[in-house]
Design a protein around this ligand. Structure first.
Ligand code: NAX
Length: 329
């Protein structure tokens, strides 16, 4: 067992996703069974009691790897010395609220959090933004990075990948684990493109195994893109445990490289690959090359269908970036 515990901050700790995520982290699912953790629960002052209740429950699990907790609404303490920051809390869209207003309201939160992370976290802190609109929130936080590494500011599309894998597995009559290299391009929004052309089932192209182009280009894409809404309609609440699980997957893959070789979907700062404007937080097929090191997979052949889908999601992200331009100045 490593001796010094890793500090993990979770914002929105008192929320729905937080309630699943914290227990997975404390159980060792985020960083592996040999890494003790200290969890920083960061939420608004009015959520302090709820955070205290969750901490009591965490204590009552007697997790061997949980070496401490910190509850704070103060960002300096909340992000103090943390190695990993999971930014889950954000302002939800209210009735009649325009998307541009949502972007700006959340933008203010992520400027403050980005500044606090840059000033207080470990220099090589790894950041995952889950709170929506997660790509653009991550872009805003990344913009504050002076001391910390901008490449380490990422957003979550792993839930979209997992949803797409589940759909392909069901259709093909195989297990989710049999699906490889299914990565998502673009924004975490209904414009995202889960790239079934690259996916493989038992090493063969998924499109050949499934042999139903109409389903892949229609119902499959629609189901994945609208899955969040379908869950709200059925459950009356947005996806929480599956979102927490995807956040765990994102960090676990990145930290351990356990999927080395396979594609993983990560929204990361574009380096200009595939013509995506530099700096945009864009979900690419990524590969973990060694623990805490990723690269954007190069040389993927993109056909006309994929190109049109990628262009659409890129245009949306450019629009979001332009809507918060004054926060990136
Ligand atoms: P909840 O409303 O249950 O919880 C949000 C929590 O964040 C609350 O405890 C609230 O007090 C806190 N919070 C709000 N502003 C904060 C701030 N400035 N600093 C710290 N804490 C703050 O939402 P939940 O269901 O947990 O979802 C959280 C976010 O995840 C939402 O933005 C949601 O849209 C987003 N999602 C992102 C997904 C993804 O794949 N990227 C999928 C699931 C989810 O929809």
């Amino acid at each position: 067992m490593t001796t010094s515990p890793v500090r993990v901050a979770v914002t929105g700790a008192a929320g729905n996703i937080g309630y699943s995520l914290l227990f997975r982290i404390a159980n060792g699912d985020l960083l592996g069974p040999n890494t003790p953790v200290i969890i920083h629960l960061v939420d608004l002052p009015q959520a302090a009691d709820a955070c205290r209740g969750v901490v009591m429950e965490l204590e009552d699990c007697a997790f061997p790897l949980l070496h401490g907790t910190v509850i704070s609404s103060d960002l300096e303490t909340g992000f103090g010395d943390v190695d990993v920051a999971l930014l889950v809390g954000s302002k939800p869209r209210g009735p009649g609220m325009e998307r541009a207003d949502l972007l700006k309201d959340n933008g203010r939160i992520f400027i403050a959090q980005g500044q606090a992370i840059d000033a207080n976290a470990k220099e090589d802190v790894k950041v995952l933004v889950v709170g929506n609109p997660c790509n653009t929130n991550a872009l805003i936080a990344k913009h504050q990075a002076r001391r910390t590494n901008p490449r380490n500011y990422t957003a979550m599309t792993r839930l979209d990948q997992n949803r797409a894998m589940a759909q392909l597995a069901q259709k093909a009559g195989v297990y989710a684990a049999d699906i490889k290299n299914l990565a998502v391009w673009g924004n975490h929004s209904p414009t995202m493109f889960p790239d079934f052309f690259q996916a493989q089932i038992h090493g063969k192209p998924a499109a050949d195994v499934i042999n139903d182009a109409e389903w892949l280009q229609g119902p499959f894409l629609k189901t994945v893109q609208q899955r969040g809404k379908a869950i709200i309609d059925a459950r009356g609440k947005s996806s929480a445990a599956s979102a927490a699980s995807a956040a765990v997957d994102h960090i676990y893959s990145w930290a351990t490289g356990h999927m080395t070789g396979d594609y993983v979907s990560m929204a990361v700062p574009s380096d200009g690959s595939y013509g995506i404007p530099e700096g945009l937080i864009f979900s690419f097929p990524c590969r973990i090359t060694s623990p805490w090191s990723y690269e954007i997979v190069q040389g993927i052949e993109i056909n006309d269908f994929a190109q049109a889908a990628i262009q659409k999601t890129t245009a949306e992200l450019i629009e979001e970036r332009d809507a918060v331009a004054e926060m990136l100045g």
